[in-house]
Design a protein around this ligand. Structure first.
Ligand SMILES: CC(C)(COP(=O)(O)OP(=O)(O)OC[C@H]1O[C@@H](n2cnc3c(N)ncnc32)[C@H](O)[C@@H]1OP(=O)(O)O)[C@@H](O)C(=O)NCCC(=O)NCCS
Length: 415
């Protein structure tokens, strides 16, 4: 019988797997560049976000979600004809396969929408007649389908859990307006539809954030786009990422009648809790998207008689920044989720659908990144992601620990 040391070159094995004391570990990969991208860039020091070269402020003011999604996917703003064609392709892709909504009807009404969304994405793969094709065009078609159907899935679930049937799309409306219609059964007014459209533009991409990296990591194995997007939805659901907006609205509800906001903030930080919607892994100043959403909150809030949500958010922001600064932390400012939560609440979006709404927008960025990753569009060669780790577990020397048969191991009592 050959021994372990005969089978493996132990010197090599030790060299590549044992902790190297000189290695500097970077938990969370902060500041580690893992790839090139042409899709978006975040300048955290100066609070600047660009998509394909365009400043987010410019796109938020002048573009639409459809046009921004086109820009992310095709690396150029569309001509009129190209935009009309893109919108038509979105409209043609909106209907969700009946078996998916039938499966929704079997689920408990308290199913968490992000779990439902994550589970639905591979079901869309089942219904993709071209699933074996990995051409660029097949992936673009898949991206358009996902951008069209994720809102339909979220809105369909809202209807089904109320005991109703999903509403058919109204293709005379914008992508944003149609979602609000399919969600609520009420045609949104032009101002609300435009504000929601802007919120979608603001959330559409954000370089190598956790969910986008998850999408890219999965498809780097040559898995299909749906597998990558399902991973992205899972990553987005966490409260340190897209799930933060649902936590922010919980905080606002808790503080609705609170007279001492500063005291609450202090208590929260003293007990080791986070102020949700504040702080960012990259921005060390206010997130440029938060400026827009704050302004949008006050505009919509005033118009719809719900300004108190924005005043409360602003009071928390002020107290939190002051308390962070007292503790020597000068870089923790509101992020995109801090003001998107009150904005979505004012628009009537159910609280547990706020994170799915993030996905409705971010799907544009995820699919653009997946295509860039699959086709090596920003660097020469697509590569399978495979980081290393330091092994800090049991170690019995080069030959390994002695394997004891189960009957010879000490019983729990002896241990
Ligand atoms: C997003 C987040 C995970 C980034 O964390 P990070 O990369 O560790 O951020 P920083 O390195 O700037 O944090 C510096 C310090 O401030 C603390 N901090 C950061 N954000 C904080 C918050 N919202 N509340 C309380 N403390 C916070 C960190 O814990 C860290 O403390 P330490 O130095 O004592 O360990 C963090 O800011 C957070 O948890 N925010 C709340 C959740 C949220 O809104 N997520 C959505 C992000 S878009």
């Amino acid at each position: 019988m050959t021994t372990f040391s005969e089978t493996y070159d132990l010197n090599y094995y030790c060299e590549v797997t044992m902790a190297d004391a000189a290695n500097i570990k970077n938990i969370g990969l902060r500041g580690v560049t893992v790839a090139d991208t042409k899709i978006s860039d975040v300048d955290g020091k100066n609070g600047i976000l660009i998509y394909r070269g365009y400043r987010i402020e410019e796109l938020a003011l002048r573009s639409t979600f459809e046009e921004t999604a086109y820009l992310l996917l095709y690396d150029a703003l569309p001509t009129n004809l190209q935009l009309e064609d893109f919108k038509q392709r979105l409209a043609d892709s909106r209907s969700v396969p009946a078996f998916i909504f039938d499966s929704f009807r079997q689920l408990p009404v308290n199913t968490r929408p992000m779990d439902l969304l994550q589970a639905s994405i591979p079901l869309l793969a089942v219904d993709d007649p071209d699933i074996e094709s990995e051409t660029r065009e097949a992936n673009i078609a898949r991206a358009i389908r996902l951008i069209a159907q994720i809102p339909a899935l979220a809105a369909g679930w809202e209807q089904i859990r109320k005991g109703l049937d999903p509403l058919p799309p109204d293709n005379t409306l914008s992508h944003a307006g149609n979602f609000l219609w399919q969600l609520t059964g009420v045609q949104p007014d032009a101002g609300t539809a435009r504000a929601f459209d802007t919120a979608l533009v603001l959330h559409a991409d954000h370089s190598f954030n956790a969910s986008t990296f998850a999408c890219r990591e999965v498809v780097s194995t040559r898995a299909h786009m749906y597998a990558g997007v399902a991973a992205g939805v899972g990553a987005l659901s966490g409260s340190l990422h897209g799930g933060a907006n649902a936590q922010v609205i919980k905080m606002l509800l808790e503080l609705l009648n609170e007279k001492d906001i500063a005291g609450w903030v202090k208590k929260q930080l003293d007990s080791g809790h986070r102020i949700m919607g504040m702080g960012h892994a990259v921005y060390k100043t206010m997130d440029p998207r938060a400026h827009f959403l704050k302004d949008m909150c006050f505009r919509l809030g005033k118009k719809l008689g719900q300004e108190h949500w924005c005043l409360l958010s602003a009071a928390i922001e002020e107290s939190a920044i002051a308390e962070f600064e007292r503790r020597g932390k000068f870089t923790i400012k509101p992020n995109v989720d801090f003001y998107s939560a009150p904005v979505y609440h004012i628009m009537g979006i159910p609280h547990d659908l706020m994170t799915p709404v993030f996905a409705i927008s971010r799907i544009a960025g995820w699919t653009a990144h997946i295509i860039e990753e699959k086709f090596g569009e920003a660097q020469e060669k697509p590569a399978l992601y495979r980081p290393s780790s330091d092994y800090v577990g049991h170690y019995c020397g080069r030959t390994g620990c002695v394997y004891a048969p189960i009957e010879e191991r000490p019983s729990v009592k002896e241990i």
